[in-house]
Design a protein around this ligand. Structure first.
Ligand SMILES: [Zn+2]
Ligand SMILES: [Zn+2]
Length: 130
C-alpha cells in the first residue's frame, strides 16, 4: 500500500468519526474516539486529516472560548454561524441575516471591501441548564 492510499484511508476514518460526533469536537477527542473503536491512527494524522477536510470545505473549524480548535462536519456548506452548548457540544447551524447586513455596512462605512467574519455563539442548552 502506498503512503497516498494509506493517507486517504485515514482521512476517510477521520471523516466518518467526525460525521458521528454530536457537535464540535477537538482533535484529541476524535483521536480518543477512533482509538476506542480499535484504530491505531496517530494524533498527528488526525490533525492533518482534519486540516485537509477544513481546506476542502468538508468540515468547519472554530475556536472555543478557551482557545481550543474544534471541528465539525456541518450539514450546511455555505456561510453560516453556530450556536454551541459548552456543556455537551450540541450544535445548531444558524443563518444570521442581521449579522451579514451589519458586517457589510460597517465595512463600507470604513471603506473596506471583501469583509469576512466569524460569529459563533456559546452557551448552555436546555438539557445542560438544569
Ligand atoms: Zn448541552
Ligand atoms: Zn455571517
Amino acid at each position: 500500500m502506498t503512503a497516498t492510499r494509506r493517507n486517504t484511508w485515514q482521512r476517510e476514518a477521520v471523516r466518518a468519526a467526525l460525521a458521528e460526533a454530536r457537535g464540535f469536537v477537538s482533535a484529541q477527542r476524535l483521536h480518543e474516539d477512533l482509538r476506542a473503536q480499535g484504530s491505531t491512527i496517530g494524533l498527528a494524522t488526525v490533525y492533518r486529516a482534519l486540516s485537509a477536510l477544513v481546506e476542502a470545505g468538508e468540515a468547519d473549524c472554530l475556536q472555543s472560548p478557551e482557545g481550543e480548535n474544534l471541528f465539525r462536519s456541518c450539514a450546511t456548506h455555505g456561510h453560516h454561524h453556530h450556536l454551541i452548548c459548552r456543556g455537551c457540544g450540541e450544535t445548531r447551524e444558524l443563518e444570521a441575516r442581521v449579522v451579514e447586513q451589519w458586517a457589510s455596512r460597517v465595512g463600507a462605512e470604513h471603506g473596506f471591501t471583501e469583509i469576512e467574519h466569524v460569529v459563533d455563539l456559546f452557551g448552555l442548552c436546555a438539557n445542560c441548564r438544569e
